[in-house]
Design a protein around this ligand. Structure first.
Ligand code: MF3
Ligand code: CO
Length: 258
């Protein structure tokens, strides 16, 4: 998401977290099916079709379709596209591309949201490193989600690791609280200072979503009003999970397909 959210943070009960987990399991299943359809030559609109069909099979409503006018169920962002790429019949994936797949759904009134970036066929070593670093930065963020830690601990876990690995944080987009709405408080930037910000407590549910670039990380939005691309044309990657903080630590809710 782009906007910071100032509203109060709504902590979730155990049953609410289980409802988000049911939505999250569907997200995981849909994304796995879309990922399995990624290959050189596939049109990004065909991936959208898979996402819509799978949403139906799982009995969930796509969260992004119609959100602020977004025209699809899936975001498909290729190479220098960071997020919010709109599926198109004119866009076919090619060997060596990297492609970010972002999908969310709503089930029984609760939202879940996740994203993954994949290589199409064989990809360059530097592209693979970008994917690995972005995925690990999400793992670092999840591990930092502990009772009595601060939001800045989560943000700085991403930033410190990504910069140490020689890549840049995309500053223009952030993670977010999630639950009865797709975007809730708090906003979770992928940069910040450890030991600062809101204290974390059990019941907090966050969509953590590091976006990382091999260049400067500065972005602009294309004329379609959605697709965010790196200004310098460098590759970008995006991984996202919906994660609950429970009494026993962080719990990933967008897992468990198959
Ligand atoms: N994961 C993204 C986000 O949280 C996807 C939103 S796409 C939109 O912002 F269409 F819903 F905006
Ligand atoms: Co999100």
């Amino acid at each position: 998401m782009r906007q910071a959210t100032a509203a109060a943070i709504e902590l979730k009960s155990g049953p609410e977290i289980e409802a988000i987990r049911r939505a999250g399991k569907a997200v995981s299943c849909v994304l796995a099916k879309v990922a399995a359809a990624v290959r050189p030559g596939v049109k990004t609109s065909e991936l959208e079709t898979v996402a819509r069909d799978q949403s139906k099979s799982h009995g969930v409503k796509p969260a992004f379709l119609g959100y602020r006018g977004y025209p699809a169920a899936l975001c498909v962002s290729v190479n220098a596209e960071v997020v919010h790429g709109i599926p198109s019949a004119l866009r076919a994936l090619a060997e060596g591309d990297i492609v970010s797949l972002d999908y969310g759904c709503v089930l029984e009134g609760f939202y879940a949201d996740a994203a993954v970036t994949l290589g199409v066929g064989r990809i360059a070593a530097q592209a693979q490193k970008l994917l690995d670093v972005t995925r690990v930065s999400l793992e670092r963020a999840i591990a930092a989600m502990r009772t009595d830690a601060r939001l800045g601990d989560v943000s700085s876990a991403v930033q410190d690791y990504v910069e140490e690995q020689g890549f840049s944080i995309v500053l223009d987009f952030s993670g977010h609280g999630i639950g009865r709405a797709l975007h809730e408080a708090p906003s979770v930037p992928n940069y910040g200072t450890a030991g600062t910000g809101t204290r974390l407590s059990p019941g907090l549910v966050l969509a953590l979503e590091p976006m990382v670039s091999a260049g400067t990380g500065r972005t602009e939005v294309l004329a379609d009003g959605w697709t965010a691309v790196t200004r310098d044309g460098s590759l970008a990657a995006h991984f996202e999970h919906t994660v609950a903080l429970t009494e026993s630590g962080p719990d990933i809710l967008t897992e468990g397909h198959g």
